[in-house]
Design a protein around this ligand. Sequence first.
Ligand SMILES: [Ca+2]
Ligand SMILES: [Ca+2]
Ligand SMILES: [Ca+2]
Ligand SMILES: [Ca+2]
Length: 497
Amino acid sequence: MSASRAFRLLTAATLVVVPVLHQPAAEAAASHARTTSAGTASAATPSGALGAACAAAADLVVAAPYDTVDGRRRAGTVTLYRGADRTAVLAQGEHGIPGEPERGDSFGSAVASGDFNGDGCADLAIGASEEFAGTPVPDGADGNGVVQLLYGSAGGLKPAGTLDMTRLGRDRDTDRFGAALTAGDLDGDGDDELVVGIPGLSEGGGVGVFGLKGRDPKGRGTLLTQATPWVAQDHLESDQFGAAVAAGDFDGDGRAELAVGTPADTVGTTTSGGGSVTIVDLRARQAGMYTQNSPGVPGEAEKWDDFGAALAAGDFDRDGRDDLAIGVPGEGLDAFQDGPMYGNGGVHVLYGTRRGLSAVGGEFWSRKTKGIRGKSLNTDRLGSALAAGDLNGDGDAELAIGLPGGDRVLVLPGTRTGGLTAKHAVVLTGRAGHPGDLYGSSVAVTGAGLAVGSPGSGRVTLVPSSVRKGSYTGLRTGAARTLTGHPAGLFGFAVAP
Ligand SMILES: [Ca+2]
Ligand SMILES: [Ca+2]
Ligand SMILES: [Ca+2]
Ligand SMILES: [Ca+2]
């Protein structure tokens, strides 16, 4: 196996992919409904007659994209849990899932749940970003990538088909289709669209949107790139547009907009890898871009910042409009930052307004922010993973921020009176003396609390939360439980409700 390949995916575990997976699917459009009802198996499932007919397959999905399957290394598995009980281990070629486990597929590169077919039952999308459809190429090359769909039903999750680049009218290339996933109701018709990140696409990355306007989610999708005429951005092959995706209704009109991270985007003329985030209104065919050089956004775009490496949407101030958290894990706050692996890291928060997201009144959070406990280190990489959801049941979303280099997760309470606050913020800590755990590489808000992945040690920590209104996270840190898998499989690389 190629050491560089392993390094890259591990790096991605720490640095890049997390947001996507953790942006709980349908969080975007359904963030208000989600997570308020502790114990609900699928918050994405609307209540009602149809919903009652759905079998609750899982309330937590844990990906292990490097798991060995039938002796094939890095083929990948995805494990479903209800509470702490394992209900199924999914792999290609098992449980009716098409394909076969091959060396290096990375099934579980991303996971997202949502109601894609509109039947009221929560469905599951699983990325296998390194899958090759045709002749395998040598280890180390980027995969074509596929996404496998499973539909919820009265009988549980059933395999429903495979998506790949050809559904977007393009030949397969080293696209990494499915390296990132999210779900959201982009057209306002009540079902979730599936959004697939394709960061390796030749024109600097891309995003595929499936199921718009009542179309079959398995049918022809819509491809969006920086070269799309109404997006019209400069693009280099290495930009990684689509490395992170999130959906949120930022203007409160009932339809979600799409946020696309381009963490390696060049900003200005001299800056490589400063990163950008593009906000897309697919229906209006409008796109706008934020960088650290945008008016009102604090900071300055610098090399290796990785602005947009993680994204999460949630209504932090409960005004009915989603707000957007943007991770910038490579942000340097200390003198020594010489290299792409360094970064104290930070998170920008843009709040939604009637006219969409606005940098006015935005925030920048780091471990140096007043009121946040602990010392900021230049290896923390805070903002590598983000998740938003209402942990304490008072209607506003809390924000969980992973800093896997520091083996910690910072959780900020949302408030009706001013959005996120450091007041009663919680810092969750991984196992003492185990820095290789990479605790906080992935985070997800579930119906029961917060899930934190430590792929370095193959662990996922479940921290339950309960109702506690106001400026609290509601987390019950003393009641945390741990799920374990194979460390070599990167169990916990991605988690989703
Ligand atoms: Ca469904
Ligand atoms: Ca829809
Ligand atoms: Ca808001
Ligand atoms: Ca809350």
